[in-house]
Design a protein around this ligand. Sequence first.
Ligand SMILES: Cc1ncc(COP(=O)(O)O)c(C=O)c1O
Length: 452
Amino acid sequence: MNAPLFAVGGPELPQERRVVTEIPGPASRELLGRRQRSVARGVSHVLPVFITAAGGGVLVDADGNSLIDFGSGIAVVSAGNAAPAVVERVSEQAARFTHTCFMVTPYEGYVAVCEELAARTPGSHEKRSALFNSGAEAVENAVKIARHASGRQAVIAFDHAYHGRTNLTMALTAKNMPYKQGFGPFAGEIYRAPMAYPLRWPGGPEACRAQALDVITGMIHAQVGEQNVAAVLIEPIQGEGGFIVPPPGFLAGLADWCRSNGIILIADEIQTGFCRTGQWFACEHEGVVPDLITTAKGIADGLPLAAVTGRAELMDAVHVGGLGGTFGGNPVACAAALGTIDTMAAADLAGRARHIGDVMLPRLTKLAGASPCIGDVRGRGAMIAVEIVKPGGTEPDPVLAGTVAKACHLAGLVVLTCGTFGSVLRFLPPLVIGDALLEEGLSILEDAFAAL
Ligand SMILES: Cc1ncc(COP(=O)(O)O)c(C=O)c1O
């Protein structure tokens, strides 16, 4: 048999951790040199290894190391890297045609993705969708649609929010460094409200829901005026801002208040969507039906695709030609999305996400009991985090979070940090990861804390 022309990934890759060189090994180091000479410094990376194949729960690098993946390319390859149904549909579509521009001559894949979005997003009302290339672009378009449909301009975003890096989404994103520093001026008519962040709520976690709703609605009334607000934009669980899970009832209370004031609720489910939290969409945990919902990341197993889905009357308020873009809803990306959605439904990956949470949370809670530097364990399904603090309080400790992450990387476990203060270790394994790798990854993490 001939040797394969290229490294084959997908679920057939041996599901094992294998560290055969130092991290990074010589092949990755050589590529890093080329990277430094050709790639702009502003584009960073977490781990200095170059990947040649990936699948299931592992990433294989140019030196033959096989790393356990607790990152999923930032919550993207939920269905597993190079998932067979995705590879098959993408290959078939790429061989037929790669682009026409949906705005020039349409094709079925785009329509089929919009049908899936209508069927799977919360609410049984009539919906429409529009497809884009990135999460930021979806958020920008959700704001455009909300402003157009409401005839109002103000948009409310939250502390710790992350919505992207384009001009409008930088304005919506809360954290300055590295996302906004030096990139202003930012778009106007954006107002920031405090977030219901139980660990850091001044009145304590018990009071957080009711007090946060009072403070937010009071602030909007006094500083903006409800009648001027087009939309409230919120991540049901904040992602980059630190995996902040608002208290039960907060989202529903906010949704009720929006409805009674004619304000459009936009749920940014770009990180939480597509089974990540144990439901198709995180709003479902709270029984909340947003007016508009933005998706990207997990929708297409890594191919660039994003969407705005929402009430037909809002989406269709925009004039013909008012939405679109050359590449939005590219046919190959749509084929990937259809393969991803098939895989998620057939393998019940939402159930699998709940199982991952059931495995991770008890072990992390036990670890927190033994590690005074873990101030909080939180998340839902396969979107779980620990927040690192100075023992005895809630002061964030980003240095220690970085030390633990580095130790994990050197041992062959990919973990990411996040949070406004950089003090949160977050875990986002592919939903197809096997239990043995999941447990091994947790053991590496425990060892990293034990070695502090
Ligand atoms: C909640 C949320 N919104 C928007 C974005 C921006 O998406 P993209 O990086 O695809 O532009 C992200 C990315 O991390 C996100 O997590």
